[in-house]
Design a protein around this ligand. Structure first.
Ligand SMILES: Cc1cc2nc3c(=O)[nH]c(=O)nc-3n(C[C@H](O)[C@H](O)[C@H](O)COP(=O)(O)OP(=O)(O)OC[C@H]3O[C@@H](n4cnc5c(N)ncnc54)[C@H](O)[C@@H]3O)c2cc1C
Length: 411
């Protein structure tokens, strides 16, 4: 079996893998991307944050994306228990930038990104599952993959980007997936037609409803369909009766959230209710000799703050820069990738610290009214995904306040 050869082998064609591949291929680097599925395929993670917008712009995708998806200018936070609510607009952030994101049905969005990678010259092989990473003298040098027809394929490369999402090929193989204590959650979700919507610019807001069992997302797409989901603490999941269909359990769950109950009162469910594990976890190592991870394959953070697509897409831009530098210097060692790993760790910790503070009820003033204006702007900045680069003063102060919350048992 003659191996395929490339400079960079990207595993996984979700946002992290597709964007990394597109950016590298655009620079005439020989990129091969292996994707297990055939696109389009369903995926959760349908609400983007503005941090991704500059990267999508850089790839020339603004017009395509703006034509296909509903614009998102902010996030509405509502508390089912107290009835209090507040809207955060992205232009309230300290560095608002484009102050714009989109609500994206992922089957279509991921397909757009994968086609973009192809258009920039990446060799994209769908229906190819990476099974094993080949190491030589400690360096990742390729993979053994399996095609849908069962045949094995060997691919050799100068380095590997693991973008396999929650499958986390390398972290899984290395036994390096560590749950963050107290962050075990399960998501129930479905798509609906005719959910009640806000007017004008606020129509595209992500709605977050805090309620006794966790929180609910309401994501409106362009047209008449919304994605609605509940991220529930696992002790509530145990309240599901034996043999109770997920649909009826989901209905009972959202009954306890007034805002969701009202929004769904006019709606028709279009899809079965699906259950997904949403377990926050970290790896001790995001990078190694000849490899780096990007997106969920390097760790997963509770989706409350839309951390996932920010870390995947803005993280992919940083991964591509790190890979470019490594190839230019002929040095693909873990040491070379250390600044990239640090940047991703710091960004993830901001999301995690903020999420934990929110679950611990430390942010209710900021979230629901009465907090200082600077805190409100800081929270809007986190919602916008302004989590990368040297800390400006607002972020240093926020990190200091909530870093306790980000400390997690690991190992
Ligand atoms: C309940 C829930 C709600 C969420 N909501 C949001 C949200 O609203 N906003 C947000 O920003 N984020 C959200 N997220 C997170 C978001 O879904 C992810 O962070 C995002 O999809 C990560 O992108 P990725 O490219 O790293 O991984 P993925 O999108 O998962 O892509 C990984 C790809 O790798 C492929 N693959 C896996 N293993 C292999 C293999 N061995 N070989 C080849 N290919 C392989 C898979 O088929 C897949 O296509 C949510 C997550 C959950 C669980």
């Amino acid at each position: 079996m003659d191996p395929l050869r490339c400079d960079v082998l990207v595993l996984g064609g979700g946002p992290a893998g597709a964007v990394t591949a597109a950016l590298l291929a655009r620079d005439n680097i020989a990129v091969t991307l292996l994707e297990r599925a055939r696109f389009p395929r369903f995926h959760l993670g349908e609400s983007l944050a503005p941090a991704a917008t500059a990267v999508l712009d850089d790839l020339g995708l603004r017009e395509t994306i703006d034509g296909r998806y509903l614009r998102k200018h902010g996030v509405a936070v509502r508390c089912a228990r107290t009835g209090r609510q507040q809207r955060f607009r992205y232009d309230e952030a300290f560095e608002p930038g484009a102050a714009l994101a989109w609500q994206v049905p992922r089957a279509d969005f991921d397909d757009v990104l994968l086609r973009c990678a192809r258009a920039h010259g990446a060799e994209v092989l769908e229906g190819h599952t990476a099974e094993d990473v080949v190491f030589e003298e400690g360096f990742a040098r390729g993979v053994i993959a399996r095609r849908e027809d069962g045949r094995q394929v060997s691919v050799r490369s100068r380095l590997i980007v693991d973008a396999t999402g929650q499958d986390a090929l390398l972290a899984g193989r290395r036994g390096d997936r560590h749950p963050v204590a107290g962050m075990e959650r399960t998501a129930l979700s479905a798509h609906y037609r005719h959910v009640a919507r806000a007017e004008a610019e606020a129509e595209g807001d992500l709605e977050l409803i805090l309620f006794p069992h966790g929180w609910i997302w309401n994501i409106p797409f362009l047209g008449e369909v919304n994605s609605v989901g509940a991220l529930c603490a696992n002790n509530w999941m145990r309240a599901r009766r034996s043999a109770e269909p997920l649909e009826s359990f989901f209905d009972r769950t959202v009954e306890d959230a007034s805002f969701a109950r009202e929004a769904l009162s006019t709606a028709t469910r279009l899809t079965p209710v699906l259950a997904h594990q949403a377990l926050t976890w970290r790896a001790n190592r995001r990078v190694g000799d000849g490899w780096l991870t990007v997106g969920d394959s390097g760790g997963f953070t509770d989706p409350l703050l839309c951390a996932g697509t920010t870390l995947a897409i803005a993280g992919a831009a940083r991964a591509a820069a790190a890979v470019r530098g490594a190839l230019d210097h002929g040095d693909v060692s873990a040491e070379r990738f250390a600044p990239f790993a640090r940047a991703l760790d710091e960004a993830s910790d901001l999301f995690l610290g903020t999420t934990r503070a929110l679950y611990a009820d430390e942010l209710s003033e900021v979230l629901l009214g009465g907090g200082a204006r600077s805190d409100r702007r800081a929270f809007a900045s986190i919602l916008a995904g302004d989590v990368f680069g040297d800390d400006p003063p607002w972020r240093a102060a926020w990190r200091e306040r909530y870093h306790q919350a980000a400390e997690y048992p690991i190992g």
